[in-house]
Design a protein around this ligand. Structure first.
Ligand code: ATP
Ligand code: MG
Ligand code: FE
Length: 349
């Protein structure tokens, strides 16, 4: 099926047209620079920019794919989780187009989109596999059983990995988003310069949760260390701090992903989300994957950060199993992956 999808859950306005796992076009307009001035995404600004951009993005995606509406089988949009006002722009545009052109409408769970990003460059990928989703808002280890069926094996108990990078960058006085800046600085730093706490989750029966993680303690530890260092020398060893922090996050994520894959007999780990760009994480996962004979898939960056191609790819899989959404479907700021089938409540077509 050929699907046109709209993604507006956060600060990227994206429209893509995908046939199965084939990307015919993928238009992405990022608002990152504008939000950067405020040090984070401002929801009202995001909604307004989506509204201004979405129609042009739809036209651009159709034109780049060289398709007309008659060649589109369904229109999809991210409907959860995300910023409510931002999601509303995309879902309203998609529903309007579906009505206007008499096409089925499909709501898509944003995280299922991130999972499907791996199919865009590995169309032969077959479940079961493990998805390590590391983005600005999420950090999860998801067992993929089949389209629409997921078990979240582990997740962060506080900050997402990307959020941790952004917060630590801010307290080091670096810019936004912090991930790429820390990654760059870490290249010249010593990852062993400072020993930082990994952030484990205690279990009531003793021991630690094998797959859950926590990054807020790590952030506090970096803050204390920075204050301590500043007391003796205002000139901070920024590169060493960046490298040590990145090393701690990369090791914590790698350890949990490998353990979850081995425990559940999953031979492939697919990475998704913006933090997948991180060179420290890539190195650790690659080395650990080789050691344990696990395949590790890193989709290209354009499919790791928010994009509509991954949303269209997920919609296409649901379309093929007969799933359709009702035009009365709304948006939700939060939604567990296990609730995903509630999106497809329309008469099966
Ligand atoms: P979500 O999908 O959970 O709503 P999001 O869409 O905001 O979150 P993404 O766009 O997938 O998240 O990723 C953005 C995050 O990735 C930011 O927190 C950013 O700092 C981080 N990031 C980007 N590049 C790197 C890098 N090289 N190293 C570490 N983090 C990075
Ligand atoms: Mg983003
Ligand atoms: Fe995302």
């Amino acid at each position: 099926a050929t699907i046109l999808a709209i993604e507006t859950s956060c600060d990227e306005t994206s429209v893509a047209i995908v046939n199965k796992c084939n990307v015919l076009s993928n238009f992405v307009a990022s608002q990152m620079a504008e939000h950067g001035q405020y040090g984070g995404v401002v929801p009202e600004v995001a909604s307004r920019r989506h509204l201004e951009t979405v129609n042009g993005a739809i036209a651009a995606a159709l034109e780049a794919a060289n398709l007309s509406w008659s060649e589109i089988d369904a229109i999809a949009a991210t409907c959860a989780p995300g910023l409510v006002g931002a999601l509303l722009v995309g879902i309203t545009a998609a529903k309007t187009l579906a009505l206007l052109h008499d096409k089925p409408f499909m709501g898509v769970h944003h995280l299922e989109g991130h999972i499907y990003a791996s199919y865009l460059t590995n169309p032969d990928l077959k479940p079961p596999f493990l998805c390590l989703l590391v983005s600005g808002g999420h950090t999860s280890l998801i067992q993929v059983h089949q389209c629409g069926q997921y078990t979240t094996l582990g997740r962060t108990r506080d900050d997402a990995a990307g959020e941790a990078f952004d917060k630590v960058a801010r307290l080091l006085g670096l810019g936004y988003p912090g991930g790429p800046i820390i990654d760059q600085l870490a290249q010249t730093g010593n990852p062993q310069a400072f020993s930082l706490p990994e952030g484990r989750i205690s279990l009531p029966k003793g021991g630690y949760h094998p797959y859950d993680c926590s990054f807020s303690g790590l952030k506090t530890a970096v803050m204390r260390l920075v204050n301590q260092l500043k007391a003796t020398d205002p000139d901070l060893p920024i590169a060493d701090l960046a490298a040590s922090f990145q090393e701690t996050v990369a090791k914590a994520l790698t350890k949990r992903a490998i353990r979850a894959a081995l425990d559940h007999n999953l031979s492939t780990i697919a990475i998704g989300g913006g933090v997948a760009a991180n060179r420290g994480l890539r190195q650790h996962l690659k080395a650990a994957g080789e050691k344990h004979n696990l395949e590790v898939l890193f989709p290209p960056m354009k499919y790791c950060t928010d994009n509509a191609a991954m949303i269209a790819c997920a919609a296409s899989a649901h379309f093929n199993q007969g799933d359709r959404s009702s035009l009365t479907l709304g948006v939700q700021s939060r939604m567990d992956l296990s609730k995903l089938q509630t999106l497809y409540n329309a008469t099966r077509g």
